[in-house]
Design a protein around this ligand. Structure first.
Ligand SMILES: *Cc1c(COP(=O)(O)O)cnc(C)c1O
Length: 330
């Protein structure tokens, strides 16, 4: 059985606008001395799109198979994951409970009320707050308590898990995205993509290698430094192999991470990110978000000289609604 045969055994709801476009970034590429391309996963369609749509197709497939009536999910206040989950739950006629974690210090009213938070409210999700932003297991436990309360009322809750102790179901969406990229029939010297929970990074890496493609992938750190993130990617690749029942095809030296754009930390801007957001908008008419894609582009710009002349794929993972939450910082 191929990796795609294994993938086809998982329940999935097809809701994304796929395949997403693969386009040249001619103007920015010329400025940087690169043959630069963009994979438009900001255009996955439902609920302002982004990479979480591909991941949620598999989580919600599982939820539907279990007869769930309510989707529960936790994330940062400006989380794109919870916003996409609320949109997809609405489309499936399910309720959605969102737990928002205080992960980012020193934020203002725009961050707390605009952007994704506004969209969560418009989508009719019930919002809960969780104070400790770096405690993944604690956040999952608090979500478990909300689930208990719903169960007591006769609802069937499905929790979209965030913690690394849970199976990496969302990565299945990016194993499929690897197939999609190969069908778009373009070769790249390197793919550059955000690495947060690492499910996008792991799915792509696993999928490409399992399909016999050796294109290097650089994961750009958005939450942890390169050492911590490398350990997470390694572990999640093993978890993905176990989930899929397919041997891990990724070699140790394939796990490449770049944390040069991370400072001062998750969800916090630096000048390189501000510049990357402006420059990409002004040269290509493409918006990058401040938490993920903006950091990826900042890291790419910072290493452009080393990549001179190469064919580079920038994987846009979406997240633009957060721009409105970061209006003050921009
Ligand atoms: C969540 C997110 C990422 C990171 O993806 P992971 O699979 O968690 O590593 C990147 N970009 C955007 C816009 C996101 O919302």
């Amino acid at each position: 059985m191929t990796v795609l045969d294994h993938l086809s055994t998982f329940p999935r709801v097809h809701m994304g606008h796929l395949p997403t476009p693969l386009e040249p970034m001619t103007n920015l590429g010329r400025e940087l001395g690169l043959d630069l391309w963009i994979k438009r996963d900001d255009c996955t369609g439902i609920g302002f799109g982004g990479n979480k749509v591909r991941q949620l197709e598999f989580y919600l497939g599982k939820a539907l198979a279990q007869g769930a009536t309510q989707i529960l999910i936790t994330g940062a206040v400006q989380s794109n994951f919870v916003r996409a989950a609320a949109a997809m739950a609405a489309r499936l006629g399910m309720g959605c409970h969102i737990q928002l974690e205080d992960r980012v210090p020193d934020v203002g009213a725009q961050y707390r009320e605009n952007g994704n938070v506004l969209l969560d409210q418009l989508l009719g999700a019930t919002l809960h707050s969780f104070p400790e932003g770096e405690d993944e297991a604690g956040a999952d436990a608090a979500l478990g308590e909300i689930a208990e309360a719903l169960r007591a009322k006769g609802e069937i809750p499905y929790i979209v898990p965030l913690s690394a102790d849970q199976p990496p179901t969302g990565a299945l969406g990016y194993v499929d995205a690897a197939r999609e990229l190969l069908e778009q029939d373009a070769e790249f010297d390197v793919v550059v993509v955000a690495s947060g929970s690492a499910l996008t990074h792991c799915g792509l890496l696993f999928g490409l290698r399992a399909l016999g493609n050796g294109t290097p992938i650089t994961g750009v750190c958005v939450r942890r430094d390169a050492t911590a993130q490398k350990a997470r990617v390694r572990r999640r690749l093993d978890d993905l192999a176990q989930l899929m029942g397919f041997a891990n095809p990724v070699a140790e030296q394939d796990i490449q991470l770049d944390d040069r754009a991370l400072a001062p930390g998750y969800g916090r801007l630096n000048d390189g990110v501000r510049e990357a957001i402006r420059r990409t908008a002004r040269t290509e008419g493409v918006f990058l978000d401040p938490v993920y894609a903006g950091k990826v582009m900042a890291a790419l710009i910072a290493q452009a000289d080393a990549l001179k002349g190469q064919r580079v794929l920038f994987w846009h993972t979406g997240g633009q609604p957060a721009l409105f939450g970061y209006a003050d910082a921009l």
